[in-house]
Write a protein that binds this ligand. Sequence first.
Ligand SMILES: Nc1ncnc2c1ncn2[C@@H]1O[C@H](COP(=O)(O)OP(=O)(O)OP(=O)(O)O)[C@@H](O)[C@H]1O
Length: 251
Amino acid sequence: MAILSVENVNKRFGGLKALDNVNLQIDAGTVHAIIGPNGAGKSTLLNCFVGRLEPDTGSVMFDGSSLLGIQPHQINQLGVSRVFQTPEIFGNLSLLENVMIPAFAKRDGSFTMNAWMSVSSESDLRDMAMDMLADVGLEAKSADIAGQLSRGDKRRLELAMCLVQQPKLLLLDEPTAGMARADTNNTIDLMKRIAERGVTMVVIEHDMHVVFSLADKISVLAQGTVIVEDLPENIKGDPRVQEAYLGGAHL
Ligand SMILES: Nc1ncnc2c1ncn2[C@@H]1O[C@H](COP(=O)(O)OP(=O)(O)OP(=O)(O)O)[C@@H](O)[C@H]1O
């Protein structure tokens, strides 16, 4: 059953048609990868799922509710979390504080000062945040200042910040971008563990090793349109996909 249903979504930036009648069904409990060449519209599409962009036309339904016309924090409260291409963390705060804040935000409705004010008073959320840090392998660094982490650790921290909200749908925009291979493989293992818990994931990724390690289904976006949607084993040899990647390159 589809937990996220995207129908006839169009988005223009001036004269540029960034999304051209996109249709997409994401089944609950699956990992769905969206791949495609640079500028295909992948991030634009993800932005339409989290309230950062409003499609010109079309519908985006999540778990029975429309995601259009509501604020990002309301979408977040419905159970949608997103890991950004550039980690969005609080650089001056400790790792533990970073993970506690979204837990409060989920409860209180937004990333407000109220959420921050109550951080020190809530031991249950502190415990939950520590569990999440342990989950992503950052428990030992819980008191460290987040801004000083390596790039890979920042991304893991951001993942913990999403997981503490117990999302139903996790959106990941290039989760391994810029990572060394060992870090990438750790992240793949972590994402597999998250998937095993039943969290639905939509992953935008250029690294095909990551895509084919994780995806149950793959949609290929090119020039704002889904040109192919299929099982991973069928995607590799599809001539339309190879054509989309610079005229016949092999994936
Ligand atoms: N805010 C914006 N204003 C104008 N044009 C935009 C804006 N955001 C994206 N675009 C354009 O829309 C098209 C799709 O961009 P988008 O970032 O969604 O592609 P992408 O598939 O995520 O690319 P990449 O893989 O390089 O991240 C591109 O041509 C891009 O330049």
